[in-house]
Design a protein around this ligand. Structure first.
Ligand code: SD4
Length: 347
């Protein structure tokens, strides 16, 4: 958290303010009502949406779209999702992913090593096992049995560099998605590592995607390396159904990104869906849950980022974040766009 962020952070809840108007220049979310539609977290979502869109315009299902979409990001070299990501503090890349369809079917994997496409393993868990979640060695064994190749486990050259740098201080400060990479902390190796993500510009490690297909069905997916230099065995919200991802085909689909621990404690994605069930727009629903996290975290909210992206059955989309800097990608028949999310803090 840089000085600007600290000074600029306004804890509205502590002032007793629970609603406020969003300046027009950041309130860009649309209320268009169309399908198909796909929306993803962050700018990596542009490429991921393009792959999902191919599935959707060909008349495919939202489930296929959200799997194939995020696979693009899992494959991207130099991206923070997938095997090229930063390792945990013991030097291993461990991946989490989840997927959910329009019939409350869901699958997830967590603490998965050396497998390139965790999202596809999550889908196999959903479709081929009586379980929802497989973790660690068991998840890897299942993946191998399903024909997924076991990759080398070596860090990518950039991740190796970042890890070597981090080892100089081994400072563990799980601050996710707050720092702009172009303004890294001086003398803080924990923040130096994300500089390598020159294309993404932000310290984030996740892609979440939600889609509505031409049949009017919703699905969602989420895949992540979690948090760079995390404790070995740490899981965030992304593989936890109801926290990082939730889909209720009667209502809407939601994904989260940011500090997973704080998304888990409010069952974030599920909570956003419930607000939409009560008639809130996707953006309003996201805002209400972000505000709850803000209220719970008090002054500590200044040190974390939490963001939600939501779509509803009508094809409306929206997002809300604790802090400035979150964007999300949307593709519809009108084209592809990157939208800035509204947020609570002013930085
Ligand atoms: C986690 N929510 O593991 C993920 C991290 C994230 O961009 O979203 N990074 O907590």
């Amino acid at each position: 958290m840089n000085q600007m962020n600290r000074r600029g952070f306004i804890n509205l809840s502590s002032l007793g303010i629970t609603s406020f108007s969003i300046p027009n220049f950041i309130a860009k979310e649309s209320t268009e009502s169309i399908k198909p539609l796909v929306a993803s977290t962050w700018d990596a979502g542009i490429n991921a949406n393009a792959a999902a869109w191919k599935v959707l315009v060909a008349g495919g299902t939202a489930l296929d779209a959200v799997e194939q979409g995020v696979m693009v990001t899992e494959d991207e070299i130099g991206c923070c999702v997938g095997l090229a990501a930063n390792p945990d503090r013991d030097g291993h890349v461990t991946l989490d992913a989840s997927i959910m369809d329009h019939q409350y079917n869901c699958g997830s994997v967590a603490f998965l090593e050396r497998i390139k496409h965790p999202i596809s393993v999550a889908r196999r868990v959903m479709e081929k096992t009586p379980h929802v979640m497989l973790v660690g060695e068991g998840a890897q064994q299942f993946a191998i049995a399903e024909g997924f190749p076991l990759e080398s486990g070596a860090l990518s050259p950039d991740a190796q560099k970042a890890y070597d740098n981090w080892l100089k201080t081994s400072t563990y400060r799980p601050i996710i998605n707050v720092e702009r990479v172009s303004q890294p902390h001086q003398n803080d190796a924990a923040f130096a590592a994300p500089k390598r993500f020159a294309n993404g510009d932000w310290n984030h490690d996740t892609i979440g995607m939600v889609a509505l297909d031409k049949f009017g069905n919703l699905s969602g997916s989420c895949t992540t390396s979690g948090a760079g230099f995390k404790m070995r065995g740490r899981l965030g919200d992304s593989p936890i159904i109801g926290a990082g991802l939730y889909v209720d085909n009667e209502v809407g689909a939601v994904v989260a990104t940011g500090q997973g621990e704080d998304v888990i404690r409010v069952a974030g994605a599920s909570a956003v869906v419930e607000w939409m069930r009560q008639g809130k727009s996707p953006k309003e629903a996201c805002r209400l849950v972000v505000e709850k996290i803000n209220k719970i975290k008090k002054e500590k909210a200044a040190t974390i980022q939490v963001c939600f992206v939501a779509i509803n059955k009508k094809g409306e989309h929206g997002a809300f974040a604790l802090h400035n800097g979150f964007n999300y990608a949307v593709q519809t028949q009108e084209g592809s766009k990157l939208l800035e999310s509204s947020f609570i803090s002013i930085v």
